[in-house]
Design a protein around this ligand. Structure first.
Ligand code: FAD
Length: 498
C-alpha cells in the first residue's frame, strides 16, 4: 500500500488549494514544501515590526476563492478578513501629475470625461463589454479543464456566448485599448494592468484587456497581509486531515511504466503515492524532477519550447512617515510607447528601465497592523529582467534599491528616500533561490496565446499517468485567482479519474 493517496509538491496557493480539496475528498494528502513558510509568491514576512508581502499584492476576481472555500464547506468571508480598496488605483504620470480612480464605474467615467468626453463614454462601453467577457470567462473557461481540443469545444458549447469575444483573442492588449480610447493620458492611465500578464502592451494578448476593468468588481487586501490567503487554505485542509511538511525539498518524481509512483526527497527518503500534484514550475517538473527519459519525444520538445514568464524585482520599505499617496494601489506609469520600446530595446540588452515604472502598494493605507504605530509600509514592484548586464543582482541590490527610491522620490513620492527605516530588495535571483522559481518567473511560463489554455502544460499530464499540475504554469495561468482555479481543476480531475 502506498504511503499516501496524494502527494502535493509545493505549498504555494495553487498547491494548498488542491491539497485542501483533495483532503476534503477523503484522500490521505501530504503537501511537501521546501521552504520554511507556505504561500510561495503569496506570502508575508516580518522584519523590525513591519509586515512585508513577498510577491502578490493585489487580490481581485474573487469567484475562484469563493468556490474553493464553498467546496471546503465554509466561505471565503468566514475564513479571510478582506479590506476593500477604494479608490482602486492612484495613477502618477510621467510629469508628476496624478489621478485617482474610484471603484464606481460611473464615477470613473466622469473623471475620464474631464480629460476626454469621448473616452468617458468609451469607458462605459468598454466596461460593459469586457465586464461581460470577464464574468463569462471566469465561470466557463477559467474554472474548467482545457486539457484537450475536445475540452475546449465543450467549454465553448457550454456557453456559445464566449464566441462573441473572439476579437479579444486575435488582437493585442494595445490594439484592444486603442480601439476604445483615443487620449494618450487616458490610455496611459488604463494600460498598466496589461503588465500583470508579464508582457508589454504590444505583445500582451487582448483577452487581458479585462484586467483594466477587473478591479471595478472589487480589489481587496487580506487583513494581516497576503499570507492570510494560503493560511486559510492550509487551515481548511488540515480540518480534513491534510498533512503539511515544511523544509522538504522534492528531488525526483518516481516514475515507472509512465506512471507517477511517489517522490524522492533531497535527503533520499522515498514517499509513495499513486497521485502526484505538482505546484512547481512545469519546466522544472518535467525536465529535472521527472527527467527527459520518461517523456515521449513530442512532450520533450513541447516542454522545452515554453518560455519562462517575466520576473519583477520588489522593494519593500518600512517608513517613518506617511507617504503622500491617495490609494492602496498606485501605478507610476509611462506611456504604452515607452513600455513597448523598453521591452523591445533596452530590456533585450539586459538594461533596466531608465524611468521608474512601478506598482506601489501601500498596505498601511488599509491595514494599520502591517507596521508599528505611526509607521508605514510600501511594497514596490518594479520592472526588471533576470538577466541584467549593468549590475549583479546579488552584489548590487542595496545600491539598486536606493537608486530606485531616489528616482521615485524625485518623480512620484516626495520624501520617500529620506524616511526609510527598513529596506529589503527582493530580486529575481532571490525568488529563484527562495522559491526555486526558475529565473524568478512570476507567472511560471509566458502568458501569450500559444502558451495558454489547451497549449499550456495540461492540468492532467498527458505523458505521465497519475500526475496533475496546479499553479501558475498550468491552465489558467499565473496570478492568485488563476492558481486557485488550477487547484480546483486538478482536484476535480483527480476525483473524476482516480
Ligand atoms: C513580485 C510578484 C508580484 C506579484 N503580484 C501579483 C499580484 O499583485 N496579484 C496576483 O494575483 N498575482 C501576483 N503575482 C503572481 C502570483 O503571486 C503567483 O502567480 C502565484 O502566487 C503562484 O502560485 P503557485 O501556486 O503557482 O505557487 P508558487 O507561489 O510558485 O509556490 C510554489 C511553491 O513550491 C515550492 N517548491 C518549489 N520547488 C519545490 C520542491 N522541489 N520541493 C518542494 N517544494 C518546492 C516553493 O518553495 C513554493 O512555496 C506576483 C508574483 C510576484 C513574484
Amino acid at each position: 500500500m502506498a504511503d499516501y493517496d496524494v502527494i502535493v509538491i509545493g505549498a504555494g496557493l495553487g498547491g494548498l488549494t488542491a491539497g485542501a480539496l483533495l483532503a476534503r475528498q477523503g484522500r490521505r494528502t501530504l503537501v511537501l514544501e521546501q521552504g520554511k513558510n507556505i504561500g510561495g509568491c503569496c506570502s508575508t514576512y516580518e522584519r523590525a515590526g513591519y509586515r512585508f508581502d513577498v510577491g502578490a499584492t493585489i487580490l481581485e476576481i474573487l469567484r475562484p476563492f469563493e468556490l474553493a472555500f464553498e467546496k471546503l464547506g465554509t466561505s471565503f468571508e468566514k475564513e479571510v478578513e478582506l479590506e476593500p480598496c477604494d479608490p482602486v488605483y492612484g495613477i502618477i504620470f510621467e510629469d508628476g501629475s496624478r489621478l485617482t480612480y474610484p471603484s464606481s464605474i460611473e464615477a470613473k467615467a466622469e473623471i475620464i470625461s474631464r480629460i476626454s468626453p469621448e473616452d468617458g463614454k468609451a469607458w462605459l462601453e468598454y466596461a460593459r463589454y469586457v465586464g461581460d467577457f470577464m464574468r463569462t470567462a471566469v465561470e466557463g473557461f477559467f474554472l474548467s479543464p482545457v486539457n484537450t481540443m475536445s475540452d475546449m469545444a465543450r467549454v465553448i458549447l457550454k456557453d456559445p456566448h464566449l464566441l462573441k469575444f473572439l476579437p479579444l483573442f486575435n488582437r493585442s492588449f494595445e490594439e484592444v485599448m486603442r480601439g476604445y480610447f483615443k487620449d494618450e493620458r487616458v490610455l496611459d492611465s488604463l494600460s498598466y494592468p496589461g503588465k500583470f500578464c508579464g508582457q508589454p502592451p504590444a505583445l500582451a494578448p487582448g483577452i487581458f484587456a479585462f484586467l483594466s476593468y477587473a478591479e471595478h468588481e472589487g480589489v481587496f487586501f487580506p487583513r494581516g497581509g497576503m499570507i492570510a490567503l494560503p493560511e486559510a487554505m492550509r487551515r481548511c485542509g488540515e480540518r480534513f486531515g491534510m498533512e503539511l511538511r515544511l523544509g522538504q525539498r522534492v528531488e525526483k518524481v518516481l516514475v515507472g511504466g509512465r506512471r507517477a509512483r511517489g517522490v524522492v526527497l533531497a535527503d533520499g527518503t522515498e514517499i509513495t503515492a499513486p497521485v502526484i500534484v505538482s505546484n512547481i514550475n512545469a519546466k522544472t517538473l518535467y525536465l529535472e524532477k521527472i527527467g527527459e527519459e520518461h517523456l515521449p519525444w513530442l512532450a520533450r520538445y513541447g516542454i522545452k519550447s515554453y518560455r519562462l514568464s517575466a520576473s519583477a524585482p520588489m522593494i519593500n520599505v518600512g517608513l517613518d512617515y506617511r507617504p503622500p499617496l491617495e490609494a492602496h494601489h498606485n501605478i507610476v506609469t509611462v506611456s504604452m510607447e515607452k513600455s513597448n520600446a523598453y521591452w523591445f530595446g533596452d530590456m533585450q540588452r539586459g538594461l533596466l528601465p531608465k524611468e521608474p515604472y512601478a506598482l506601489v502598494c501601500f498596505p498601511t493605507f488599509s491595514d494599520a497592523s502591517m507596521a508599528p504605530e505611526g509607521r508605514h509600509v510600501l511594497n514596490i514592484v518594479m520592472t526588471g529582467p533576470y538577466h541584467v548586464s549593468e549590475l549583479d543582482w546579488d552584489r548590487d541590490k542595496k545600491a539598486y534599491g536606493e537608486r530606485q527610491l531616489e528616482k521615485l522620490s524625485e518623480k512620484a513620492i516626495p520624501g520617500l528616500a529620506d524616511h526609510v527605516e527598513v529596506m529589503d530588495v527582493l530580486t529575481p535571483r532571490d525568488y529563484e533561490r527562495w522559491l526555486l522559481t526558475p529565473e524568478g518567473a512570476i507567472l511560471g511560463l509566458d502568458m501569450d496565446v500559444p502558451s495558454s489554455a489547451v497549449f499550456r502544460p495540461a492540468s492532467r499530464s498527458k505523458s505521465i499517468k497519475g500526475l496533475y499540475l496546479a499553479g501558475a504554469s498550468t491552465h489558467p495561468g499565473g496570478g492568485l485567482p488563476s492558481v486557485v482555479a488550477s487547484g480546483i481543476i486538478a482536484s476535480d480531475l483527480i476525483q473524476h479519474y482516480e
